[in-house]
Write a protein that binds this ligand. Structure first.
Ligand SMILES: [Zn+2]
Length: 290
């Protein structure tokens, strides 16, 4: 059965604990079809997408949430971005394209020593950024430590990339009076979740299975999908910021400038006429012909 990608919020209202469920099977499949990643890199990308989508579901206002883990290992970095809690994109960067990347149970280890950075860009105002050292075997460990250190909010995540990509999050509400006992009890119950259950069950069935005794308010699902922010206009802006001499040389040799989006592989072509028009529009108005 085809299930669309969704995020779904839930609350244990009596306990002051919130949760989030995400399914990103199609987004992940689309990204992996664009980039033929080794399985360990694909798994780490799936974990990053799920973690970013889970965290974006806890935001009070729509903005852009970016999760980036970068290290000194065979993998240079993994990045996942969620805009307005609905549109996702992500990428894995390699230190060396030919590096051996054996499939391992803990793909985070391919990043080596490094940092996890969470950036939140609200619709207005300054971005907020938090950084924590990578550690543990899974991305979820680093995210949990981030919330422990910087937000002092008990947070647990379960990320699965075994059959598609799914994730589950539990978090004590700020100012809630759940007490650590209530949170720990739910976390222990959630820890019994199996990859197969995450892959096969919908949120309602899954939550009933994991927390049969608790009252849960399950909110309606919100759609999530892969979507890139690139455009011909943005690519033009990038070109305008590059050295004209370099671009003219490329035009002389290749007859066109070809820009490929690193996220979605969309190609933007600029021939000499496009380039001339681009330069004209970039020139100061006073000096242009009228
Ligand atoms: Zn793109």
């Amino acid at each position: 059965m085809v299930q669309n990608d969704i995020g779904q919020r839930f609350h244990f209202e009596a306990l002051g604990i919130r949760g989030e469920y995400v399914r990103l099977d199609q987004t992940w499949a689309a990204l992996c079809a664009l980039h033929p990643y080794p399985s360990a890199a694909a798994a780490l990308l799936g974990e990053a997408l799920a973690a970013a989508a889970l965290l974006s579901g806890t935001l009070k206002y729509p903005g852009t949430l970016t999760l980036q883990a970068a290290g000194d290992g065979a993998l240079r970095a993994v990045m996942a971005e969620v805009r307005e809690t609905r549109a996702l994109r992500g990428i894995v960067r390699f230190r060396d394209d030919d590096a051996a990347l054996p499939p391992i149970a803990a793909p985070l280890n391919h990043l080596g020593e490094g940092l996890l950075t969470l950036t939140l860009r609200p619709p207005k105002g300054e971005p907020h950024q938090g950084i924590v050292r990578l550690g543990g075997d899974h991305l979820a460990d680093a995210v949990e430590r981030y919330f422990e250190q910087s937000e002092q909010l008990p947070t647990r995540l379960w990320l699965s990339t075994t059959h598609g990509v799914q994730g589950l999050l539990l978090q004590a509400l700020p100012g809630g009076d759940c007490g650590s006992e209530g949170f720990e009890r739910l976390a222990i119950m959630a820890s019994t979740v199996k990859d197969q259950e995450l892959a096969e069950l919908d949120a309602q069935t899954l939550l009933k299975r994991l927390f049969p005794e608790d009252d849960i308010r399950l909110h309606p699902p919100r759609p999530l999908a892969f979507e890139c922010t690139c455009s011909r206009e943005r690519t033009q802006e990038t070109l305008a910021a590059m050295a004209p001499d370099t671009l003219e040389e490329i035009l002389r040799e290749d007859g066109e400038i070809l820009m490929t989006c690193q996220f979605c592989q969309a190609r933007y072509r600029f021939d000499p006429i496009d380039f001339a028009l681009l330069n004209q529009s970039a020139a100061p108005k006073a000096s242009g012909p009228h």
